[in-house]
Design a protein around this ligand. Structure first.
Ligand SMILES: Cc1ncc(COP(=O)(O)O)c(C=O)c1O
Length: 439
């Protein structure tokens, strides 16, 4: 450690997010550069990115169009206030996203992250009902094991216990559907799980309990990523759609992971054939290059706000960086890249190969379940007795040493490579995981 404060780098100052800080700082994994499918560490090792960063670098690292667009935009228009003012790229991007989004999700609200997209959608849901004269609809329904970011609304409707238990009573007026994780009945599923459609009726239970007239919205991830790739049971999302529609409740899909090609379609809503009232996104929107999120909103919801005197602000919500010009440039270039390189189609074309490679891990030590959808895969492991999460984390560290970056959640290893991955790289990635599991 140097005594020159300008050059000091003792690792202690940076409190790292969602990280075992003490373990990491004893044995840091530091990235110096990234290109395509690979990171280069500060000591010159090449490591394959098996997770597209944090499920966001869908076009691979340093995609040239995005790099150029960002460089050009910073020089041309670095920032423009987002309130009562606009710049052309924000409108262009919103139009492009509205075109890409399913059905009548024709309006877009910009945020800076997945967490902010979730807060935005929840607030719009509440304000929508109020605007329609149903101010009593204040209850928000999430689902056990759901991940909706880390802000208060998101952790309140979320269902990952450690993300909630340390932070007090959270939002009131929230309830949760039962989760759909059922490895006993649904082990080794792809796309959708065979069993569990009846779990959608849990929403009817909550409606009976609270009264539909008190419920504003239901928010679910169509495929729950962060809790360990939990696939929706066949027919489950369609049934949620029927029940919400019947009772005037909004359905929000949190697609921060599943949007922008992860499942081989623009949105998980397309993959599963169910159209919600709002979709929250972030991550792949800019390929992870610049922080940005976007909420896709139906015309019906949007139009309910466009009443009253025209000089009045219709929605008292927004961020200093909503529609930031550099973020918009990155997102437009990311959408161009996805389209011109046909990356969503590419992901769809690789889905079967990916699933076959993933399922080849069946039978390796401690493997309890494997689940896949699009270019997402998870291996669930039997925990070490009395030491939950250790088995998966040790496997992750072994894989890192062998040159692959994976992700763990509990005793589940999750993978979501950039959509540019080659078949030979799938073989390498799964080969490294196989060796790491067998070690
Ligand atoms: C479904 C879902 N919602 C919200 C978030 C939060 O996104 P961010 O970390 O950008 O706030 C995530 C992040 O993984 C997510 O997977």
């Amino acid at each position: 450690m140097t005594s020159d404060p300008a050059r000091r780098n003792d690792l202690g100052a940076y409190w790292m997010p969602f990280t075992s800080n003490r373990q990491f700082k004893q044995s840091p994994r530091m990235i110096a550069a990234a290109e395509g499918m690979y990171y280069t560490t500060t000591d010159g090792q090449k490591v394959m990115d098996g997770t597209a960063g944090l499920w966001c670098v869908n076009a691979g690292h340093a995609a040239p169009r995005i790099t150029e667009a960002v460089q050009k935009q910073v020089a041309e228009l670095d920032y423009a206030p987002a309130f009562q003012m606009g710049h052309p790229k924000a409108f262009e991007l919103a139009s492009r996203l509205a075109e890409l989004a399913p059905g009548d999700l024709n309006h877009v609200f910009f945020t800076n992250s997945g967490s902010e997209s979730v807060e935005t959608a929840l607030k719009i849901a509440l304000a929508y009902h109020k605007a329609k004269g149903e101010a009593g609809r204040t209850r928000l329904i999430g689902r056990e094991k759901g991940y909706h970011g880390v802000n208060f609304g998101g952790i309140a409707v979320g269902g990952i216990v450690n993300n909630r238990r340390h932070f007090g009573s959270l939002l009131t007026g929230v309830d949760h559907l039962r989760h759909t994780h059922d490895p006993e009945r649904n082990a080794y599923s792809q796309g959708e799980a065979e069993h569990g459609v009846e779990l959608a009726e849990d929403l009817v239970r909550l409606i009976d309990l609270h009264g539909a007239e008190t419920i504003a919205a239901v928010i679910v991830e169509p495929m729950a990523g962060s809790a360990g790739v939990i696939l929706p049971p066949k027919g489950y999302l369609k049934r949620l759609r029927e029940i919400t529609r019947e009772h005037g409740i909004l359905l929000i899909f949190d697609e921060v992971i599943t949007a922008y090609g992860r499942l081989g379609r623009a949105f998980g809503a397309d993959y599963y054939g169910v159209e919600p009232d709002m979709i929250t996104t972030a991550k792949g929107l800019t390929n992870g290059v610049i922080p940005m999120g976007a909420v896709m909103i139906s015309s019906e919801i949007h139009d309910a706000f466009m009443t009253g005197p025209e000089h009045m602000i219709e929605l008292f919500h927004g961020y200093t960086y909503s529609g930031n010009p550099v973020a918009c440039a990155a997102a437009l270039a990311a959408l161009d890249t996805y389209r011109e390189e046909e990356l969503f189609e590419r992901a769809a074309g690789l889905e079967a190969y990916w699933a076959e490679a993933m399922f080849s891990l069946k039978g390796l030590p401690h493997v309890k379940d494997i689940r896949c959808a699009g270019l997402v895969g998870a291996v669930e492991l039997e925990p070490v007795a009395g030491q939950p999460t250790k088995r998966a984390f040790d496997t992750y560290l072994r894989a890192w040493d062998k040159g692959a970056h994976l992700r763990t959640t509990g005793d589940i290893i999750a993978m979501s490579p950039p959509l540019i991955i080659e078949k030979s790289e799938i073989d390498t990635l799964i080969g490294i995981l196989a060796e790491s599991l067998s070690a």
